[in-house]
Write a protein that binds this ligand. Structure first.
Ligand code: AGP
Length: 615
Protein backbone atom coordinates (compact mmCIF):
# COMPACT_ATOMS: atom_id res chain seq x y z
CA UNK A 1 0.00 0.00 0.00
CA UNK A 2 1.67 3.24 -1.08
CA UNK A 3 0.98 6.94 -1.45
CA UNK A 4 1.07 8.66 -4.84
CA UNK A 5 1.10 12.41 -5.54
CA UNK A 6 1.22 14.34 -8.82
CA UNK A 7 1.00 18.01 -9.82
CA UNK A 8 0.72 19.95 -13.06
CA UNK A 9 0.01 23.70 -13.16
CA UNK A 10 1.58 27.09 -12.50
CA UNK A 11 3.01 26.46 -9.06
CA UNK A 12 6.44 25.03 -8.30
CA UNK A 13 5.65 21.33 -8.20
CA UNK A 14 8.35 20.36 -5.68
CA UNK A 15 6.88 21.85 -2.48
CA UNK A 16 3.37 20.71 -3.40
CA UNK A 17 4.47 17.13 -4.01
CA UNK A 18 6.83 16.94 -1.02
CA UNK A 19 4.18 18.19 1.42
CA UNK A 20 1.68 15.85 -0.17
CA UNK A 21 3.98 12.88 0.36
CA UNK A 22 4.38 13.82 4.03
CA UNK A 23 0.61 13.73 4.39
CA UNK A 24 0.41 10.33 2.75
CA UNK A 25 3.19 8.66 4.70
CA UNK A 26 0.63 6.76 6.76
CA UNK A 27 0.00 4.72 3.60
CA UNK A 28 3.50 3.37 3.52
CA UNK A 29 6.88 4.66 4.50
CA UNK A 30 9.77 2.36 3.65
CA UNK A 31 11.06 4.44 0.71
CA UNK A 32 10.10 7.53 -1.30
CA UNK A 33 10.90 9.38 -4.52
CA UNK A 34 10.02 12.30 -6.79
CA UNK A 35 10.44 13.16 -10.48
CA UNK A 36 10.22 16.78 -11.73
CA UNK A 37 10.31 18.12 -15.27
CA UNK A 38 12.13 21.47 -15.44
CA UNK A 39 11.26 22.25 -19.07
CA UNK A 40 14.29 20.43 -20.46
CA UNK A 41 15.12 17.51 -18.23
CA UNK A 42 13.35 14.95 -16.05
CA UNK A 43 15.07 15.14 -12.66
CA UNK A 44 14.46 12.11 -10.47
CA UNK A 45 15.45 11.62 -6.85
CA UNK A 46 14.55 8.60 -4.71
CA UNK A 47 15.75 6.78 -1.63
CA UNK A 48 15.08 4.10 0.95
CA UNK A 49 13.68 5.67 4.09
CA UNK A 50 11.04 8.24 4.91
CA UNK A 51 9.90 11.34 3.09
CA UNK A 52 12.13 13.45 5.34
CA UNK A 53 15.13 11.48 4.04
CA UNK A 54 13.96 12.10 0.48
CA UNK A 55 13.60 15.83 1.08
CA UNK A 56 17.11 16.05 2.51
CA UNK A 57 18.55 14.17 -0.47
CA UNK A 58 16.64 16.24 -3.04
CA UNK A 59 17.63 19.53 -1.44
CA UNK A 60 21.27 18.47 -1.57
CA UNK A 61 21.51 16.77 -4.94
CA UNK A 62 18.64 17.47 -7.32
CA UNK A 63 17.23 20.31 -9.33
CA UNK A 64 13.84 20.89 -7.75
CA UNK A 65 12.59 23.24 -10.47
CA UNK A 66 9.53 22.58 -12.59
CA UNK A 67 5.76 22.92 -12.67
CA UNK A 68 4.97 19.27 -13.26
CA UNK A 69 6.03 16.24 -11.31
CA UNK A 70 5.09 13.02 -9.54
CA UNK A 71 6.02 11.62 -6.13
CA UNK A 72 5.63 8.35 -4.24
CA UNK A 73 5.94 6.98 -0.71
CA UNK A 74 6.26 3.19 -0.76
CA UNK A 75 5.03 0.13 1.12
CA UNK A 76 7.03 -2.68 -0.46
CA UNK A 77 5.17 -5.52 -2.16
CA UNK A 78 7.66 -6.57 -4.89
CA UNK A 79 11.31 -5.99 -4.21
CA UNK A 80 12.78 -5.12 -0.83
CA UNK A 81 12.75 -1.50 0.35
CA UNK A 82 15.91 0.05 -1.17
CA UNK A 83 16.89 3.00 -3.41
CA UNK A 84 16.62 1.09 -6.68
CA UNK A 85 13.19 -0.39 -5.94
CA UNK A 86 11.71 2.91 -4.78
CA UNK A 87 9.49 4.87 -7.17
CA UNK A 88 9.35 6.68 -9.58
CA UNK A 89 10.64 4.31 -12.25
CA UNK A 90 11.91 5.26 -15.72
CA UNK A 91 11.14 3.36 -18.91
CA UNK A 92 14.20 2.12 -20.81
CA UNK A 93 14.16 5.15 -23.13
CA UNK A 94 14.10 7.55 -20.19
CA UNK A 95 11.10 9.32 -21.75
CA UNK A 96 8.47 7.87 -19.41
CA UNK A 97 8.34 7.88 -15.64
CA UNK A 98 5.77 6.12 -13.45
CA UNK A 99 4.51 5.91 -9.88
CA UNK A 100 2.26 3.04 -8.79
CA UNK A 101 0.25 1.89 -5.78
CA UNK A 102 -0.83 -1.75 -6.07
CA UNK A 103 0.38 -5.07 -7.46
CA UNK A 104 0.72 -6.31 -11.05
CA UNK A 105 0.22 -10.02 -10.48
CA UNK A 106 1.40 -11.14 -13.95
CA UNK A 107 4.48 -8.90 -14.00
CA UNK A 108 6.93 -11.83 -14.23
CA UNK A 109 5.37 -13.09 -17.48
CA UNK A 110 5.35 -9.61 -18.98
CA UNK A 111 8.93 -9.04 -17.84
CA UNK A 112 10.13 -12.21 -19.55
CA UNK A 113 8.52 -11.10 -22.82
CA UNK A 114 9.98 -7.61 -22.57
CA UNK A 115 13.46 -8.97 -21.89
CA UNK A 116 13.13 -11.04 -25.05
CA UNK A 117 12.39 -7.78 -26.85
CA UNK A 118 15.58 -6.27 -25.51
CA UNK A 119 14.35 -4.40 -22.44
CA UNK A 120 16.52 -4.28 -19.33
CA UNK A 121 15.49 -3.70 -15.73
CA UNK A 122 17.20 -1.92 -12.87
CA UNK A 123 14.81 -2.98 -10.12
CA UNK A 124 12.87 -6.03 -8.90
CA UNK A 125 9.57 -4.20 -9.04
CA UNK A 126 6.39 -4.91 -10.96
CA UNK A 127 6.11 -1.17 -11.53
CA UNK A 128 9.21 -0.92 -13.72
CA UNK A 129 7.78 -3.73 -15.81
CA UNK A 130 4.52 -1.82 -16.26
CA UNK A 131 6.17 1.40 -17.46
CA UNK A 132 8.22 -0.55 -20.02
CA UNK A 133 5.12 -2.42 -21.18
CA UNK A 134 3.48 0.94 -21.81
CA UNK A 135 6.58 2.14 -23.67
CA UNK A 136 6.63 -1.05 -25.73
CA UNK A 137 3.00 -0.50 -26.75
CA UNK A 138 3.71 3.14 -27.66
CA UNK A 139 6.53 2.03 -29.97
CA UNK A 140 4.89 -1.01 -31.53
CA UNK A 141 1.39 0.43 -31.91
CA UNK A 142 2.69 3.94 -32.68
CA UNK A 143 0.20 5.49 -30.25
CA UNK A 144 0.35 8.26 -27.65
CA UNK A 145 0.72 7.66 -23.93
CA UNK A 146 -3.01 7.63 -23.12
CA UNK A 147 -3.86 4.99 -25.70
CA UNK A 148 -0.73 2.99 -24.91
CA UNK A 149 -1.66 2.90 -21.24
CA UNK A 150 -5.16 1.73 -22.06
CA UNK A 151 -3.81 -1.12 -24.22
CA UNK A 152 -1.09 -2.07 -21.75
CA UNK A 153 -3.45 -2.15 -18.75
CA UNK A 154 -5.68 -4.59 -20.57
CA UNK A 155 -2.73 -6.95 -20.52
CA UNK A 156 -1.93 -6.38 -16.86
CA UNK A 157 -3.61 -8.37 -14.08
CA UNK A 158 -3.72 -6.93 -10.58
CA UNK A 159 -4.40 -3.69 -8.75
CA UNK A 160 -3.05 -0.23 -9.49
CA UNK A 161 -3.32 3.47 -9.04
CA UNK A 162 -0.74 4.84 -11.45
CA UNK A 163 0.46 8.14 -12.84
CA UNK A 164 2.73 8.30 -15.91
CA UNK A 165 4.53 11.31 -17.36
CA UNK A 166 6.09 11.50 -20.86
CA UNK A 167 8.77 14.21 -21.06
CA UNK A 168 7.95 14.65 -24.77
CA UNK A 169 4.42 15.77 -23.76
CA UNK A 170 5.17 17.92 -20.69
CA UNK A 171 1.69 19.43 -20.46
CA UNK A 172 -0.04 16.21 -19.50
CA UNK A 173 -0.22 13.46 -16.90
CA UNK A 174 -2.00 10.17 -17.49
CA UNK A 175 -3.57 8.25 -14.59
CA UNK A 176 -5.46 4.99 -14.10
CA UNK A 177 -6.94 2.98 -11.24
CA UNK A 178 -8.07 -0.51 -10.48
CA UNK A 179 -8.33 -1.66 -6.87
CA UNK A 180 -6.27 1.18 -5.37
CA UNK A 181 -7.62 4.68 -4.71
CA UNK A 182 -6.84 7.70 -6.90
CA UNK A 183 -8.25 11.21 -6.46
CA UNK A 184 -7.81 14.12 -8.90
CA UNK A 185 -7.90 17.61 -7.38
CA UNK A 186 -9.18 20.24 -9.80
CA UNK A 187 -7.86 23.79 -9.34
CA UNK A 188 -7.72 26.95 -11.46
CA UNK A 189 -5.70 25.69 -14.46
CA UNK A 190 -3.89 23.22 -12.25
CA UNK A 191 -4.46 19.59 -11.34
CA UNK A 192 -3.43 17.46 -8.40
CA UNK A 193 -3.28 13.67 -8.21
CA UNK A 194 -3.17 11.76 -4.95
CA UNK A 195 -4.17 8.57 -3.14
CA UNK A 196 -6.56 10.68 -1.03
CA UNK A 197 -7.45 14.36 -0.76
CA UNK A 198 -5.01 15.32 2.01
CA UNK A 199 -2.20 16.52 -0.36
CA UNK A 200 -4.42 18.97 -2.23
CA UNK A 201 -7.24 19.93 0.15
CA UNK A 202 -5.53 23.26 0.98
CA UNK A 203 -5.55 24.16 -2.73
CA UNK A 204 -8.93 22.91 -3.89
CA UNK A 205 -11.96 21.07 -2.57
CA UNK A 206 -13.11 19.96 -6.04
CA UNK A 207 -12.16 16.39 -6.76
CA UNK A 208 -12.85 13.43 -9.01
CA UNK A 209 -12.42 9.97 -7.48
CA UNK A 210 -11.70 7.64 -10.39
CA UNK A 211 -13.80 4.48 -10.34
CA UNK A 212 -12.19 1.06 -10.67
CA UNK A 213 -11.28 0.38 -14.30
CA UNK A 214 -11.06 4.04 -15.24
CA UNK A 215 -8.20 6.17 -16.56
CA UNK A 216 -7.81 9.83 -17.33
CA UNK A 217 -5.63 12.06 -19.50
CA UNK A 218 -5.01 15.30 -17.60
CA UNK A 219 -3.93 18.17 -19.87
CA UNK A 220 -3.35 21.74 -18.77
CA UNK A 221 -6.00 24.07 -20.11
CA UNK A 222 -8.25 21.19 -21.13
CA UNK A 223 -11.19 19.33 -19.59
CA UNK A 224 -10.15 16.05 -17.99
CA UNK A 225 -11.03 13.11 -20.21
CA UNK A 226 -12.02 10.03 -18.19
CA UNK A 227 -12.26 6.73 -20.04
CA UNK A 228 -12.94 3.07 -19.26
CA UNK A 229 -9.72 1.10 -19.54
CA UNK A 230 -11.51 -1.91 -20.90
CA UNK A 231 -13.04 -0.35 -24.01
CA UNK A 232 -11.68 3.20 -24.10
CA UNK A 233 -15.23 4.57 -23.86
CA UNK A 234 -15.65 8.06 -22.46
CA UNK A 235 -17.03 8.49 -18.93
CA UNK A 236 -18.75 11.58 -17.58
CA UNK A 237 -16.79 12.20 -14.32
CA UNK A 238 -18.54 13.20 -11.07
CA UNK A 239 -16.81 16.20 -9.49
CA UNK A 240 -17.25 16.13 -5.69
CA UNK A 241 -16.93 19.17 -3.42
CA UNK A 242 -15.03 17.80 -0.41
CA UNK A 243 -15.80 18.86 3.17
CA UNK A 244 -12.33 17.98 4.54
CA UNK A 245 -10.20 20.89 5.76
CA UNK A 246 -6.52 21.07 6.42
CA UNK A 247 -6.91 21.36 10.19
CA UNK A 248 -8.63 17.98 10.29
CA UNK A 249 -5.55 16.54 8.76
CA UNK A 250 -2.75 18.10 10.66
CA UNK A 251 -1.98 16.93 14.20
CA UNK A 252 -3.61 19.94 15.66
CA UNK A 253 -1.16 20.30 18.53
CA UNK A 254 -1.13 16.69 19.70
CA UNK A 255 2.19 14.81 19.83
CA UNK A 256 0.82 12.02 17.66
CA UNK A 257 -2.08 11.53 15.29
CA UNK A 258 -3.17 8.60 17.45
CA UNK A 259 -3.59 10.77 20.54
CA UNK A 260 -5.41 13.43 18.51
CA UNK A 261 -7.74 10.78 17.18
CA UNK A 262 -8.38 9.29 20.64
CA UNK A 263 -9.39 12.75 21.84
CA UNK A 264 -11.52 13.35 18.76
CA UNK A 265 -13.85 10.50 19.69
CA UNK A 266 -16.52 12.58 21.45
CA UNK A 267 -16.87 14.75 18.33
CA UNK A 268 -16.41 11.82 15.94
CA UNK A 269 -19.23 9.88 17.61
CA UNK A 270 -21.41 13.00 17.61
CA UNK A 271 -20.65 13.64 13.94
CA UNK A 272 -21.48 10.02 13.15
CA UNK A 273 -25.01 10.15 14.59
CA UNK A 274 -25.65 13.82 13.80
CA UNK A 275 -28.47 14.18 11.29
CA UNK A 276 -29.27 10.49 11.64
CA UNK A 277 -30.54 10.23 15.22
CA UNK A 278 -33.17 12.53 16.74
CA UNK A 279 -33.12 11.24 20.32
CA UNK A 280 -35.95 13.40 21.61
CA UNK A 281 -38.24 12.57 18.70
CA UNK A 282 -37.24 8.89 18.83
CA UNK A 283 -36.18 8.82 15.18
CA UNK A 284 -33.26 7.30 13.27
CA UNK A 285 -32.84 8.36 9.63
CA UNK A 286 -30.22 6.56 7.52
CA UNK A 287 -30.74 6.64 3.77
CA UNK A 288 -28.78 3.45 3.15
CA UNK A 289 -30.95 1.62 5.67
CA UNK A 290 -34.27 3.32 4.91
CA UNK A 291 -33.99 2.60 1.18
CA UNK A 292 -33.32 -1.07 1.88
CA UNK A 293 -35.23 -1.64 5.10
CA UNK A 294 -37.16 -4.69 3.85
CA UNK A 295 -34.02 -6.35 2.55
CA UNK A 296 -32.15 -5.69 5.77
CA UNK A 297 -34.94 -6.43 8.27
CA UNK A 298 -35.89 -9.69 6.56
CA UNK A 299 -32.32 -10.95 6.44
CA UNK A 300 -32.20 -14.55 7.58
CA UNK A 301 -28.61 -13.93 8.58
CA UNK A 302 -26.11 -11.10 8.72
CA UNK A 303 -22.53 -11.97 7.82
CA UNK A 304 -19.99 -9.39 8.91
CA UNK A 305 -16.70 -9.34 6.98
CA UNK A 306 -13.79 -7.23 8.16
CA UNK A 307 -10.19 -7.29 9.36
CA UNK A 308 -8.37 -6.22 12.50
CA UNK A 309 -10.03 -3.56 14.58
CA UNK A 310 -12.94 -3.42 12.16
CA UNK A 311 -13.46 -7.12 12.82
CA UNK A 312 -13.63 -6.35 16.54
CA UNK A 313 -16.30 -3.73 15.84
CA UNK A 314 -18.12 -6.42 13.87
CA UNK A 315 -17.95 -8.72 16.88
CA UNK A 316 -19.58 -6.04 19.04
CA UNK A 317 -22.31 -5.76 16.39
CA UNK A 318 -23.03 -9.49 16.72
CA UNK A 319 -24.12 -8.88 20.31
CA UNK A 320 -26.10 -5.78 19.34
CA UNK A 321 -27.94 -7.24 16.33
CA UNK A 322 -28.81 -10.51 18.07
CA UNK A 323 -29.73 -8.89 21.36
CA UNK A 324 -31.87 -6.09 19.92
CA UNK A 325 -32.93 -7.01 16.37
CA UNK A 326 -32.94 -10.81 16.88
CA UNK A 327 -31.12 -11.40 13.57
CA UNK A 328 -28.48 -14.18 13.58
CA UNK A 329 -25.01 -12.80 12.95
CA UNK A 330 -21.78 -14.47 11.85
CA UNK A 331 -18.58 -12.45 12.08
CA UNK A 332 -15.92 -13.53 9.61
CA UNK A 333 -12.32 -12.54 9.06
CA UNK A 334 -12.50 -11.37 5.44
CA UNK A 335 -9.21 -13.10 4.65
CA UNK A 336 -10.66 -16.45 5.72
CA UNK A 337 -14.15 -15.92 4.31
CA UNK A 338 -12.94 -15.17 0.79
CA UNK A 339 -11.04 -18.43 0.41
CA UNK A 340 -13.05 -21.03 2.33
CA UNK A 341 -15.88 -21.47 -0.19
CA UNK A 342 -18.48 -20.19 2.31
CA UNK A 343 -22.19 -20.92 2.08
CA UNK A 344 -23.86 -17.65 1.07
CA UNK A 345 -27.61 -17.35 0.44
CA UNK A 346 -29.40 -14.68 -1.58
CA UNK A 347 -31.30 -13.55 1.50
CA UNK A 348 -28.07 -13.05 3.42
CA UNK A 349 -26.98 -9.53 4.23
CA UNK A 350 -23.22 -9.01 4.29
CA UNK A 351 -21.96 -6.03 6.27
CA UNK A 352 -18.43 -5.00 5.25
CA UNK A 353 -16.66 -2.86 7.84
CA UNK A 354 -13.55 -0.97 6.80
CA UNK A 355 -12.08 2.34 7.96
CA UNK A 356 -10.01 2.83 4.82
CA UNK A 357 -12.53 1.23 2.49
CA UNK A 358 -9.54 -0.19 0.61
CA UNK A 359 -8.62 -3.39 2.48
CA UNK A 360 -8.01 -5.98 -0.21
CA UNK A 361 -9.31 -8.97 1.76
CA UNK A 362 -12.52 -7.20 2.69
CA UNK A 363 -13.02 -6.05 -0.90
CA UNK A 364 -12.55 -9.59 -2.17
CA UNK A 365 -15.00 -10.92 0.42
CA UNK A 366 -17.77 -8.59 -0.70
CA UNK A 367 -17.17 -9.32 -4.37
CA UNK A 368 -17.63 -13.01 -3.55
CA UNK A 369 -20.80 -12.25 -1.59
CA UNK A 370 -22.20 -10.18 -4.47
CA UNK A 371 -21.50 -12.98 -6.93
CA UNK A 372 -23.63 -15.26 -4.73
CA UNK A 373 -26.49 -12.77 -4.68
CA UNK A 374 -26.12 -11.46 -1.14
CA UNK A 375 -26.90 -7.85 -0.31
CA UNK A 376 -23.76 -5.96 0.68
CA UNK A 377 -23.89 -3.05 3.09
CA UNK A 378 -20.66 -1.11 3.58
CA UNK A 379 -19.59 0.73 6.73
CA UNK A 380 -16.55 2.81 5.73
CA UNK A 381 -14.86 5.98 6.89
CA UNK A 382 -13.43 7.21 3.59
CA UNK A 383 -15.95 8.76 1.24
CA UNK A 384 -15.63 7.46 -2.27
CA UNK A 385 -13.45 4.53 -1.17
CA UNK A 386 -13.48 1.34 -3.19
CA UNK A 387 -15.44 -0.77 -0.69
CA UNK A 388 -18.04 1.97 -0.22
CA UNK A 389 -18.59 2.06 -3.98
CA UNK A 390 -18.56 -1.70 -4.40
CA UNK A 391 -21.33 -2.12 -1.79
CA UNK A 392 -25.04 -2.06 -2.74
CA UNK A 393 -25.67 0.44 0.05
CA UNK A 394 -23.93 1.73 3.08
CA UNK A 395 -23.41 4.21 5.87
CA UNK A 396 -20.27 6.21 6.44
CA UNK A 397 -18.69 6.68 9.82
CA UNK A 398 -17.97 10.39 10.03
CA UNK A 399 -14.79 10.00 12.02
CA UNK A 400 -12.75 12.27 9.76
CA UNK A 401 -9.31 11.22 8.51
CA UNK A 402 -7.71 8.57 10.73
CA UNK A 403 -3.98 8.94 10.16
CA UNK A 404 -2.55 6.93 13.05
CA UNK A 405 -2.01 3.35 11.94
CA UNK A 406 -3.64 2.10 15.15
CA UNK A 407 -7.37 2.47 14.68
CA UNK A 408 -9.19 4.29 17.49
CA UNK A 409 -11.99 6.67 16.49
CA UNK A 410 -12.81 4.38 13.58
CA UNK A 411 -13.64 1.63 16.10
CA UNK A 412 -16.00 3.72 18.21
CA UNK A 413 -17.70 5.33 15.22
CA UNK A 414 -18.14 1.93 13.56
CA UNK A 415 -19.88 0.70 16.72
CA UNK A 416 -22.02 3.87 16.67
CA UNK A 417 -23.17 3.24 13.08
CA UNK A 418 -23.81 -0.45 13.75
CA UNK A 419 -25.81 0.40 16.87
CA UNK A 420 -27.97 2.83 14.90
CA UNK A 421 -28.61 0.20 12.22
CA UNK A 422 -29.46 -2.48 14.80
CA UNK A 423 -31.82 -0.13 16.65
CA UNK A 424 -33.53 0.90 13.43
CA UNK A 425 -34.07 -2.71 12.39
CA UNK A 426 -35.20 -3.70 15.90
CA UNK A 427 -37.74 -0.88 15.91
CA UNK A 428 -38.96 -1.81 12.42
CA UNK A 429 -39.30 -5.48 13.37
CA UNK A 430 -40.85 -4.69 16.72
CA UNK A 431 -38.28 -6.79 18.59
CA UNK A 432 -37.82 -3.95 21.08
CA UNK A 433 -40.43 -1.68 22.66
CA UNK A 434 -40.62 2.00 21.81
CA UNK A 435 -39.45 2.86 25.33
CA UNK A 436 -36.38 0.62 24.99
CA UNK A 437 -35.70 2.20 21.59
CA UNK A 438 -35.92 5.71 23.02
CA UNK A 439 -33.82 4.75 26.05
CA UNK A 440 -31.02 3.62 23.73
CA UNK A 441 -31.20 6.82 21.68
CA UNK A 442 -31.14 9.04 24.74
CA UNK A 443 -28.24 7.10 26.21
CA UNK A 444 -26.33 7.14 22.90
CA UNK A 445 -26.84 10.90 22.85
CA UNK A 446 -25.04 11.09 26.21
CA UNK A 447 -22.12 8.90 25.15
CA UNK A 448 -19.88 11.70 23.76
CA UNK A 449 -19.90 13.53 27.10
CA UNK A 450 -19.24 10.22 28.89
CA UNK A 451 -16.32 9.50 26.56
CA UNK A 452 -14.98 12.95 27.39
CA UNK A 453 -15.24 12.05 31.06
CA UNK A 454 -13.19 8.88 30.53
CA UNK A 455 -10.54 10.94 28.71
CA UNK A 456 -10.13 12.92 31.95
CA UNK A 457 -8.56 9.79 33.51
CA UNK A 458 -5.59 10.22 31.15
CA UNK A 459 -3.08 11.25 33.85
CA UNK A 460 -4.15 8.32 36.04
CA UNK A 461 -3.69 5.98 33.08
CA UNK A 462 -0.20 7.36 32.50
CA UNK A 463 0.75 6.25 36.04
CA UNK A 464 -0.49 2.73 35.30
CA UNK A 465 1.35 2.75 31.95
CA UNK A 466 4.58 3.69 33.68
CA UNK A 467 4.11 0.81 36.14
CA UNK A 468 3.56 -1.84 33.46
CA UNK A 469 5.51 -0.50 30.43
CA UNK A 470 8.31 -3.09 30.81
CA UNK A 471 6.20 -6.26 30.95
CA UNK A 472 6.61 -8.89 28.24
CA UNK A 473 3.04 -10.17 28.17
CA UNK A 474 -0.41 -8.96 29.09
CA UNK A 475 -3.89 -10.52 29.24
CA UNK A 476 -7.15 -8.72 28.52
CA UNK A 477 -10.43 -10.17 29.76
CA UNK A 478 -14.05 -9.22 29.11
CA UNK A 479 -17.49 -10.81 28.97
CA UNK A 480 -20.44 -10.31 26.66
CA UNK A 481 -20.35 -6.97 24.85
CA UNK A 482 -16.90 -6.37 26.35
CA UNK A 483 -15.25 -9.56 25.11
CA UNK A 484 -14.57 -7.89 21.70
CA UNK A 485 -13.22 -4.87 23.61
CA UNK A 486 -10.73 -7.16 25.37
CA UNK A 487 -9.54 -8.37 21.95
CA UNK A 488 -9.30 -4.80 20.70
CA UNK A 489 -7.36 -3.66 23.78
CA UNK A 490 -4.86 -6.47 23.26
CA UNK A 491 -4.44 -5.58 19.59
CA UNK A 492 -3.77 -1.92 20.45
CA UNK A 493 -1.03 -2.88 22.91
CA UNK A 494 0.56 -5.36 20.48
CA UNK A 495 0.62 -3.17 17.42
CA UNK A 496 2.13 -0.01 18.91
CA UNK A 497 4.22 -1.17 21.91
CA UNK A 498 5.20 -4.59 20.47
CA UNK A 499 4.35 -6.20 23.85
CA UNK A 500 2.63 -9.56 23.41
CA UNK A 501 -1.00 -9.39 24.55
CA UNK A 502 -4.03 -11.64 24.28
CA UNK A 503 -7.73 -11.00 24.70
CA UNK A 504 -10.02 -13.69 26.13
CA UNK A 505 -13.60 -14.14 27.24
CA UNK A 506 -13.19 -13.85 31.03
CA UNK A 507 -14.82 -17.23 31.63
CA UNK A 508 -12.27 -18.90 29.37
CA UNK A 509 -9.51 -18.33 31.91
CA UNK A 510 -10.27 -21.61 33.68
CA UNK A 511 -9.90 -23.52 30.39
CA UNK A 512 -6.17 -22.92 30.14
CA UNK A 513 -4.95 -19.32 30.16
CA UNK A 514 -5.10 -19.13 33.99
CA UNK A 515 -1.91 -21.23 33.92
CA UNK A 516 -0.20 -18.09 32.65
CA UNK A 517 -1.05 -16.08 35.76
CA UNK A 518 1.82 -15.12 38.05
CA UNK A 519 3.30 -11.96 39.52
CA UNK A 520 4.77 -10.99 36.13
CA UNK A 521 1.43 -11.09 34.31
CA UNK A 522 -0.72 -7.94 34.30
CA UNK A 523 -4.37 -8.73 33.55
CA UNK A 524 -6.70 -6.00 32.30
CA UNK A 525 -10.24 -6.98 33.30
CA UNK A 526 -13.25 -5.14 31.91
CA UNK A 527 -15.65 -5.33 34.84
CA UNK A 528 -18.41 -2.80 34.33
CA UNK A 529 -21.54 -3.21 36.43
CA UNK A 530 -23.55 -4.71 33.59
CA UNK A 531 -23.61 -8.19 32.06
CA UNK A 532 -22.62 -10.95 34.55
CA UNK A 533 -20.72 -8.53 36.78
CA UNK A 534 -20.62 -10.99 39.70
CA UNK A 535 -19.05 -13.65 37.53
CA UNK A 536 -16.37 -11.22 36.39
CA UNK A 537 -15.65 -10.38 40.04
CA UNK A 538 -15.11 -14.12 40.64
CA UNK A 539 -12.68 -14.18 37.72
CA UNK A 540 -10.82 -11.29 39.33
CA UNK A 541 -10.64 -13.20 42.61
CA UNK A 542 -9.21 -16.26 40.78
CA UNK A 543 -6.47 -14.07 39.30
CA UNK A 544 -5.80 -12.36 42.61
CA UNK A 545 -5.36 -15.66 44.40
CA UNK A 546 -2.62 -16.52 41.89
CA UNK A 547 -0.83 -13.21 42.49
CA UNK A 548 -1.75 -11.79 39.07
CA UNK A 549 -1.54 -7.98 38.71
CA UNK A 550 -5.01 -6.61 38.02
CA UNK A 551 -6.07 -3.45 36.18
CA UNK A 552 -9.84 -3.18 36.43
CA UNK A 553 -11.98 -1.13 34.02
CA UNK A 554 -14.97 -0.48 36.27
CA UNK A 555 -18.15 1.55 36.48
CA UNK A 556 -17.88 4.72 38.57
CA UNK A 557 -18.41 3.93 42.26
CA UNK A 558 -17.41 0.27 41.97
CA UNK A 559 -16.13 -1.17 45.26
CA UNK A 560 -15.85 -4.95 44.83
CA UNK A 561 -13.22 -4.84 42.07
CA UNK A 562 -11.49 -1.86 43.64
CA UNK A 563 -10.90 -4.04 46.72
CA UNK A 564 -9.16 -6.71 44.65
CA UNK A 565 -7.38 -4.85 41.85
CA UNK A 566 -3.97 -3.18 41.85
CA UNK A 567 -5.43 -0.32 39.80
CA UNK A 568 -8.91 0.62 38.60
CA UNK A 569 -9.96 3.00 35.85
CA UNK A 570 -13.53 4.24 36.14
CA UNK A 571 -15.97 4.78 33.28
CA UNK A 572 -19.45 6.34 33.66
CA UNK A 573 -22.48 4.07 33.93
CA UNK A 574 -24.42 3.38 30.73
CA UNK A 575 -26.64 0.69 29.24
CA UNK A 576 -24.91 -2.63 28.57
CA UNK A 577 -24.91 -2.44 24.75
CA UNK A 578 -23.12 0.92 24.81
CA UNK A 579 -20.41 0.00 27.34
CA UNK A 580 -17.86 -0.82 24.57
CA UNK A 581 -17.89 2.84 23.52
CA UNK A 582 -16.58 3.73 26.98
CA UNK A 583 -14.47 0.75 28.05
CA UNK A 584 -12.29 0.87 24.91
CA UNK A 585 -11.07 4.41 25.69
CA UNK A 586 -8.82 3.54 28.68
CA UNK A 587 -7.35 0.65 26.71
CA UNK A 588 -6.46 2.98 23.82
CA UNK A 589 -4.79 5.43 26.22
CA UNK A 590 -3.00 2.68 28.15
CA UNK A 591 -1.42 1.24 24.98
CA UNK A 592 -0.62 4.74 23.68
CA UNK A 593 1.25 5.83 26.82
CA UNK A 594 3.14 2.54 27.17
CA UNK A 595 4.26 2.80 23.52
CA UNK A 596 5.37 6.43 23.95
CA UNK A 597 7.26 5.56 27.15
CA UNK A 598 8.98 2.76 25.26
CA UNK A 599 9.96 5.21 22.53
CA UNK A 600 8.00 3.44 19.81
CA UNK A 601 6.87 5.10 16.59
CA UNK A 602 3.25 5.31 17.65
CA UNK A 603 1.74 6.63 14.39
CA UNK A 604 3.79 4.40 12.11
CA UNK A 605 4.56 1.16 13.98
CA UNK A 606 7.08 -1.17 12.43
CA UNK A 607 5.86 -3.65 9.75
CA UNK A 608 2.40 -2.03 9.59
CA UNK A 609 0.58 0.22 7.12
CA UNK A 610 -2.64 2.12 7.69
CA UNK A 611 -4.55 0.37 4.99
CA UNK A 612 -3.64 -3.08 3.73
CA UNK A 613 -4.57 -2.92 0.06
CA UNK A 614 -2.40 -5.91 -0.79
CA UNK A 615 -3.15 -9.55 0.07
C1 AGP B 1 -6.06 -1.62 13.71
O1 AGP B 1 -5.49 -0.78 14.70
C2 AGP B 1 -5.10 -1.93 12.59
N1 AGP B 1 -4.54 -0.77 12.03
C3 AGP B 1 -5.68 -2.89 11.57
O2 AGP B 1 -6.04 -4.06 12.26
C4 AGP B 1 -6.92 -2.40 10.79
O3 AGP B 1 -8.03 -2.31 11.65
C5 AGP B 1 -7.22 -3.44 9.69
O4 AGP B 1 -6.12 -3.46 8.81
C6 AGP B 1 -8.50 -3.13 8.90
O5 AGP B 1 -8.36 -1.91 8.23
P1 AGP B 1 -9.70 -1.24 7.58
O6 AGP B 1 -10.62 -0.95 8.72
O7 AGP B 1 -9.20 -0.02 6.91
O8 AGP B 1 -10.29 -2.24 6.64
Amino acid sequence: MCGIVGYIGNRDAYPVIMKGLQRLEYRGYDSAGIALYDGNELNLCKTKGKVADLKKLCDETTSTKGHVGIGHTRWATHGIPNDVNSHPHYSNSGNLVIIHNGIIENYATIKKELIKRGYSFQSDTDTEVLVNLIEDVMINEDVKLGKAMQIALNQAVGAYAITVFDKRKPNELVVARLGSPLAIGIGENEFFIASDASPFIEFTSNAIYLEDGEMAVIRLGKQIKVRKIQDDSLVDPYIQELQLNLEQIEKNGYEHFMLKEIYEQPSAITDTYRGRMLANEGIIRMAGVDDNIERLANAKRIIVVACGTSWHAGLVSEYIFEDLARIPVEVEYASEFRYRNPVIYENDVVIAISQSGETADTMAAIKLAKEKGAFVFGVCNVVGSSISRESHAGAYTHAGPEIGVASTKAFTTQITVLTLIALKLAKYKGTISDSTFRLHLQELDRIPEKVAKVLETNEHIKIIADKYKDVSNCLYLGRGYNFPVALEGALKLKEISYIHAEGYPAAEMKHGPIALIDEQMPVVVIATNKGHYDKVVSNVQEIKSRKGKIIGIVTEGDEAVRELADYVIEVPDTIESLTPLLTTIPLQLLSYHIAVMLGKNVDQPRNLAKSVTVE
